[in-house]
Design a protein around this ligand. Structure first.
Ligand code: ZN
Length: 263
């Protein structure tokens, strides 16, 4: 695979729970970002690096973002610690064409809410219940290799109403043991960039060690890779054709005033 065809992924993680809670550290000793990046790096067409909240500029400098085709995001306890300047920088890159994959509790991240413009609130409960993610779009690039559903034996519940704009494409709907349902795989486009939200990923369960969850994230990386990179401009534009001169007075409605109507 030539270098130009390689998809450059930056896996971003706030990396707080893994350092503060032994139960989470046991599942992700080097942080969940490392597990996700290692899994993505098993693919010849993907090169993944990591970035965390604690790094200068959260590891998302102009240089890093310029070299990022797809950014994945996991945050939960420290959404408010993310610098607004970095959020604006990521938003600009998505609008230019970079892909963004928001995982689980990233539903409340600054970047996800900025991109979607709604509250992104939901119902939640943590009792290790079963989740079944139903695959609604077996022909979609994101569900390739996935059967009718993915079953996760122990998860945190997220329930509707999920306060998001109606997805351009709904890929998965989750059912939970306690009775709720949730739009758990959602696609949008903003500007030239593609955005995918994927629900699984609560830190106290080994969700990112699940092969099907990783398969979906890998597929989503390929789906979200940039097709163009276009920096926004808002230019004054010369006409392509000759426009006949209209050297007359226009009324308040922009309509040419004839002698009948004037006066
Ligand atoms: Zn959670």
């Amino acid at each position: 695979m030539s270098k130009s065809e390689t998809i450059k992924v930056t896996v971003w993680n706030e990396f707080v729970h893994e350092q503060e809670h032994d139960a989470v550290k046991k599942i992700y000793p080097d942080g969940m970002h490392t597990v996700i990046a290692d899994a993505l790096n098993q693919n010849d067409d993907i090169v993944a690096r990591t970035a965390t909240l604690q790094e200068p500029e959260h590891g998302l400098t102009e240089e890093v973002l310029a070299q990022t085709d797809v950014l994945t995001w996991w945050g939960h306890a420290a959404h408010d610690k993310v610098d607004d300047e970095v959020v604006a920088r990521v938003q600009k890159r998505v609008l230019e064409g970079m892909g963004l994959i928001c995982l689980h509790s990233a539903h409340f991240s600054k970047i996800f809410r900025r991109m979607l413009g709604t509250n992104c609130s939901l119902k939640w409960r943590e009792v290790a219940e079963k989740e079944r993610l139903w695959n609604l779009e077996p022909g979609h690039p994101i569900t390739q290799g996935i059967g009718q559903y993915i079953e996760l034996p122990n998860t945190e519940m997220y329930g509707e109403r999920f306060d998001i704009p109606t997805p351009d494409k709904l890929i998965f709907v989750s059912w939970f043991e306690g009775g709720e349902v949730f739009r758990s795989g959602c696609c949008w486009e903003r500007g030239h960039g593609r955005i995918f939200y994927f629900r699984p990923g609560h830190e106290t369960y080994p969700i990112f060690h699940n092969a099907e969850v990783i398969k979906v994230i890998t597929n989503a990386v390929r789906w979200a890779k940039p097709r163009v990179q276009i920096t926004d401009v808002c230019p004054n534009s010369k006409p392509l054709e000759t426009i006949s001169p209209k050297d007359v007075d226009f009324g308040s409605a922009g309509i040419e005033q004839s002698s009948d109507t004037v006066g």
